[in-house]
Design a protein around this ligand. Structure first.
Ligand code: 5AD
Ligand code: SF4
Length: 453
């Protein structure tokens, strides 16, 4: 790339699907002579890849735009143009409204249309028009995007995300995803495998396949037959992928074949993120989750039978409209009974346009905070207990990056725990044996014993 290359800075908020989208935008823009940089100050193009899942996430975007407006004005005084783009789910949900609320923004592009960015950039830079694209095009966005950039895959390290499914048809009553990401769509098998090959050829050791409803995946193979997530994971394993993960799953789509895969394929990492949201049947029904707590227990029992040491993770919402003390107790009971390795928990946040937001039975903010603190306290204890159980054990760790101190590398255990490793020999991308000496709620600490056995 020449010296005069323009510079792009991309900041991503929210979920792993957004991380993946940001990478694909960077890959695409590399072809348009935009070099990716790590600070907004030096960028000719700033992309905020936004999240709309909770109110706080969306508000963060507007305060960031406020800061960037000043940066843009400063650069303008120096004779430099800066194009500010809002991408992602806030762009999808608010569209042209963003330009009215934040005139410093030049381009608004939704998550299904970012392959149009090169054209939008041209019209924004020349005609000083402000393009907005929040369509759900019928042509596959993925097919229109260039393949992931090889050097960039290598630079990103030994773990990679691969989106195989997007959108959601489930319409949980609290959730904006069906409106921002659209209807459920599965990428064809051939396309997914081609991308996986490229990742593996460029040193990737762990592939996490992604989807808002990843276990609802139903891609087509070349014969036109439907391929399930379990089929796809088997094919990726047969290619020699050293480590495989998938996220996020819905309890309703957790079929036996996928469950049994955890006992069948050694490369399937023993970790399952399966959001339950609540332990109360009444609330699950009001959320339109379309399953009962007992169904969740049954799945977990089967998963543990297939893979007894599996680490379990979930999402929880507290203070959903109408949630009583008893409903909350049911959720606490479920957490106690299942025993999670880690989890994510949130206060219910009314999202515009979703059915639950118009309920007149909203839970007071204070009560939500109280319940969240109680729930997080329990989850934190379980997480610490899970981590401490690895002390004295030898776990296999994928080395991802250098640690902060010399002689320390950082990686992940099969259970997705961060591990700080004392080692003199191992390199990024190695899968090594680490004896765990100590554990906190966030991190395991151990020494490389790969060469001492
Ligand atoms: N309020 C709070 N949490 C939410 N989530 C989704 N929508 C909302 C909302 N309106 C949480 C769910 C979901 C995770 C990604 O975010 O727990 O699983
Ligand atoms: Fe949102 Fe429910 Fe779809 Fe998950 S399953 S993306 S929570 S609507």
């Amino acid at each position: 790339m020449n010296e005069a290359a323009k510079k792009v800075f991309i900041k991503s908020y929210g979920c792993q699907m957004n991380v993946y989208d940001a990478e694909r935008m960077a890959d695409m823009l590399e072809g348009e002579a935009y070099k990716e940089v790590s600070s907004a100050e030096e960028a000719d193009l700033i992309i905020l890849n936004t999240c709309h899942i909770r109110e706080k996430a969306a508000e963060k975007v507007y305060s960031e735009i406020g800061r960037l407006k000043q940066l843009k004005a400063k650069r303008q005084k120096e004779g430099k143009q800066t194009l500010l783009t809002v991408a992602g789910c806030v762009a999808q949900a608010e569209g042209a409204e963003i330009l009215r609320r934040a005139p410093a923004v030049d381009i608004v592009v939704g998550p299904q249309s970012y392959h149009h960015l090169p054209d939008m950039l041209k019209s924004a830079a020349s005609a000083r028009k402000k393009p907005v694209d929040t369509d759900f095009p019928t042509i596959d966005k993925f097919a229109a995007l260039p393949e992931p950039h090889e050097q960039k895959i290598q630079d990103r390290g030994p773990t990679a995300f691969l989106t195989i499914q997007e959108g959601c048809d489930k319409f949980c009553t609290f959730c904006v995803v069906p409106y921002t990401r659209g209807a459920e769509y599965s990428r064809p098998l051939k396309e997914v495998l081609k991308e996986a090959d490229r990742l593996l050829e460029n040193g990737v050791k762990e592939v996490t396949v992604l989807g808002q409803n990843v276990n609802a995946y139903h891609g087509e193979d070349e014969k036109g037959d439907t391929v399930s997530l379990a089929d796809l994971l088997r094919t990726l394993a047969a290619k020699g992928t050293p480590r495989l993960r998938y996220t996020t799953s819905h309890p309703r789509d957790m079929d036996e074949d996928l469950i049994n895969l955890h006992g069948e394929l050694p490369v399937m990492m023993p970790y399952l993120h399966l959001p339950v949201q609540s332990g109360s049947d009444r609330i699950l029904e009001a959320m339109n989750r379309q399953h009962k707590a007992s169904h969740y227990y049954q799945i977990i029992e089967k998963v543990r039978k297939a893979c007894p040491h599996i680490a379990l993770s979930s999402d929880f919402i507290v203070g959903f409209p109408g949630e009583t003390d008893q409903d909350f107790k049911d959720t606490m009971k479920l957490i106690e009974n299942i025993d999670f390795a880690q989890s994510f928990s949130f206060k219910y946040s009314p999202r515009p346009g979703t059915p639950a937001s118009s309920s007149t039975d909203q839970v007071p903010e204070e009560l939500k905070s109280e319940r969240l603190a109680q729930l997080q306290d329990l989850l934190e204890k379980q997480r610490l207990k899970f981590n401490q159980a690895t002390v004295g054990q030898t776990v296999s760790v994928l080395v991802e990056r250098r640690g902060k101190e010399t002689g320390i590398m950082s990686g992940r255990s099969p259970y997705l725990q961060t591990v700080q490793i004392e080692t003199s020999l191992s390199r990024i991308g190695d899968i090594i044996d680490v004896r765990i000496k100590r554990a906190s709620a966030n991190t395991l600490y151990g020494e490389d014993v790969t060469n001492t056995r």
